[in-house]
Design a protein around this ligand. Sequence first.
Ligand code: NAD
Ligand code: ZN
Ligand code: ZN
Length: 360
Amino acid sequence: MKAVVVHEVGRFAVEQVEIDRPKAGEVRVKMAATGVCHSDLSVINGTIPQPFPVVLGHEGAGVVEEIGENVNNVKVGDHVVMSFIPNCGRCAHCVRGEAFLCRSTPPKGMMADGTSRLRLGDKPLAVFCALGNMAETVVCPAISLVRIPNDVPLTVAALIGCGVTTGVGAAINTAKVVPGSTVAVFGCGGVGISTIQGARIAGAARIFAVDVSPEKLALAKRFGATDGVLAADAAKSIMEQTKGMGVDYAFEAIGNAAVVEAAVGVTRRGGTTVAVGVGKFTDNIKLNALVFPLSGKTLCGCMFGSANPQHDFPKMLDLYRGGRLDLDGMVTKTYSIDEAPQAFADLESGVNARGVIVFP
Ligand SMILES: NC(=O)c1ccc[n+]([C@@H]2O[C@H](COP(=O)([O-])OP(=O)(O)OC[C@H]3O[C@@H](n4cnc5c(N)ncnc54)[C@H](O)[C@@H]3O)[C@@H](O)[C@H]2O)c1
Ligand SMILES: [Zn+2]
Ligand SMILES: [Zn+2]
């Protein structure tokens, strides 16, 4: 079967790989759709270090083909969304209601028993986020799967596995945006657009979308942004338009420390800045030791929209069915797996809300 494999920083290709049957606690899933998230690109360019060779993909949906022993949360034929964080339900984080911080992702891109189910020639392959679902078929932990109703299109369901839940969750769960508030979202890709939608759903009165691309600002308005601001003008424009106050909540959805600092800058005294984007290990966020504490601001990190996949994935689908969360509009372009290089080129040039690889 075909899979997108990163061989080393900067070099990836669609490869023909061998896949084994699922072992205990594992499930084989025939992929229907895989979203192209910036975190996959960050594996290719080395921002997110991974053991190579690694199969990309962590935002997807498909149909269960085979279950290993001791699997009782899904059965053959079920439609599933894959969570990029597995949920064991037992670790210290799961039991205190922080499923998004679950510790059960096996190390080194392997399965829980320390081995791989994938080979390229005779070389075992690692998988990203215990999934590696930028592939025609996946063997993954059963605890990575959330069953969904069969009538939801799998192409839109895929986005719930990472970007949508992260972005909507950043607004609703992490920041807990309240009705009537003011919001700024830096970066209008899949995650930022989802954050904008989350803020709209939460009843924000004013949502400033910030991006380097004018096309992205126009796109953001379709999803609920009330104002579009080019990144170069963001600080001045947002401060002016909020009468020098700043916004109640600012989100960074790019992965750039300087932009996190800019987001803190436009957050009002006492307000909250949420860092969602994942930047380089060598990039540090700087805050002034005198000004920051006296401003009473909160800066918090956001992992996976502070979500519990078992609870929040169905919630996202309910919002979608109710017409409040636009997922169809977010799928800007679909690609075959052979077109993965083009999908990443398009992600880099920022033309899509979300590109999605679809499987026949
Ligand atoms: N915290 C989490 O759990 C989590 C989950 C998923 C993704 N992420 C991270 O979120 C980030 C966004 O992911 P995505 O898939 O939406 O990416 P994307 O590439 O689709 O979107 C990024 C957007 O930022 C814009 N941008 C780039 N530089 C900018 C700047 N200086 N100022 C303003 N806008 C700028 C781009 O034009 C683009 O529209 C990535 O860092 C990704 O790794 C984090
Ligand atoms: Zn992602
Ligand atoms: Zn856990």
